[in-house]
Design a protein around this ligand. Structure first.
Ligand code: HSE
Length: 429
């Protein structure tokens, strides 16, 4: 019998509890394990969550889980990097295995937590921390272990994907769609981490650590969010045969890896560009397997609970066969791989200049781009407003970020430019 203690009975805690109770028999038949829910800690032990729980299962104190010597696995589902960090470290010190869905914690304090787990001989399961119900951690850690991972492209934040999908379908402004998403309960009251790319950056740091054998943190990831995108740019992207997605990108280039999260134009005929609404998808390219794609729900009580329970079963299995304390916590290779500076990254670019509609403007702009070795792939100018501002859209061939930054600095101060140029990176054509 394996005893489980859950700390945090919110959305994911409730989903996990429901699965453990509902599928206990199925799990036993499938794995031979008897997984028993022994204690659940939450500050609110009164609210009705639609599951039948006996009062003695519930406690208001996390210590009742941490200090219970019979609990084998502590499941941390409170989130955040403060209290959660203490709970996880204390559980590890009491030689409990830990399962967590907490990407912020692992992407910020992963090194400390994994080192502690190694020292005390316990395991950390974190399948639920990236892309909810999609078993992407197992894919990268186990399924594709034979491969050098050449690249990862992830749509790994459902909130921002929902907002971008709505902006595209309804030609709506970012602020209006965000408000609607909050009303419908898709976006948090404070959606900053979701819309500013931070949540995706947390998840990318975790995936890249597994893929490239070095513990990356959120600080290693270049991050831009979607809050300054306008429906006009999404519309131009569509005219150019592209969708706009908040993409988390990891790409190996020799001894360096690019780690970046930003709004990205991707061709409409790419499978990943069909991933709309709250859904997540992760594309992984390995040197042996080639291209692979994983799709599913990245959030929610039952999908995320599904991932939590898979970790519980995994760890419970290794407890039963006696390998729990000898299996490595993470496949640490400690590879000499460094993060490529953003200014060294090569990408294709979309520019939307706001220019005065008069002769000679295009040649001024293209002259500066040429000076910085930026080659133009196509140009769109819409409308005619003699002497007034009109949008001028350009796509470039591959250019270096450093050159783009310098060129735009020169262009943005031209008298014919009426507002700061909008820039998006484009992948994959
Ligand atoms: N807030 C995340 C999202 C879900 O919107 O995808 C939890 O990781």
């Amino acid at each position: 019998m394996i005893n489980i203690g859950i700390v945090g009975l919110g959305t994911v805690g409730t989903g996990t509890t429901r699965i453990l109770l509902k599928n206990r028999k199925l799990l036993r038949e499938r794995t031979g394990l008897d997984i028993r829910l022994r204690k659940i800690a939450d500050l609110d032990v009164e609210s009705d969550r639609g599951i039948r729980l006996t009062r003695d299962l519930l406690t208001e104190k996390a210590e009742d889980v941490i200090d219970d010597p019979d609990i084998d696995i502590l499941v941390e589902l409170i989130g955040g990097t403060g209290v959660a960090r203490k709970i996880v470290l204390n559980a590890i010190k009491r030689r409990k295995h830990v399962v967590t869905a907490n990407k912020a914690l692992l992407a910020t304090h992963g090194i400390e937590i994994f080192n502690a787990a190694t020292r005390y001989g316990v395991r950390i399961g974190y399948e639920a921390s990236v892309a909810g119900g999609i078993p992407i951690i197992k894919v990268v850690r186990e399924g594709l272990v034979a491969n050098r991972i050449l690249s990862i492209y992830g749509i790994i934040n459902g909130t921002s994907n929902y907002i971008l999908t709505k902006m595209s379908e309804e030609n709506a402004e970012f602020g209006d769609v965000l408000q609607e998403a909050q009303r419908l309960g898709y976006a948090e009251a404070d959606p900053t981490f979701d819309i500013e790319g931070v949540d995706s950056a947390h998840k990318l740091a975790i995936l890249a650590s597994l893929a490239y054998g070095r513990q990356f943190t959120v600080k290693d990831v270049y991050t831009e969010g979607i809050s300054s995108l306008s429906p006009m740019d999404i519309g131009f992207a569509r005219e150019l045969g592209c969708k706009v997605k908040l993409l988390a990108i990891a790409k190996e280039q020799g001894s360096r890896v690019q780690l970046r999260v930003h709004p990205t134009m991707i061709p409409e005929d790419f499978l990943i560009s069909k991933v709309d609404g709250v859904f997540n998808a992760v594309y992984v390219k390995g040197d042996a397997v080639g291209e692979t794609l994983y799709y599913g729900r990245g959030a929610g009580d039952m999908p995320t609970g599904s991932a939590v329970v898979s970790d519980i079963v995994d760890i419970a299995t290794s407890c039963e066969d006696g390998t729990a304390s000898v299996r490595p916590v993470v496949p640490v290779l400690k590879r000499a791989i460094s993060v490529m500076r953003m200014e060294d990254v090569l990408s294709m670019y979309y520019f939307r200049f706001s220019v005065l509609d008069k002769p000679g403007v295009l040649s001024k702009i293209s002259g500066i781009l040429g000076k910085y070795n930026i080659s133009i792939a196509s140009v769109i100018q819409k409308g005619r407003r003699h002497g007034k501002a009109v949008p001028l859209v350009m796509l470039t061939h591959h250019a270096r970020e450093r050159d783009v930054t310098r060129a735009l600095k020169s262009i943005n101060i031209l008298p014919v430019i009426s507002r700061k140029t909008i820039v998006m990176r484009l992948e994959g054509k």
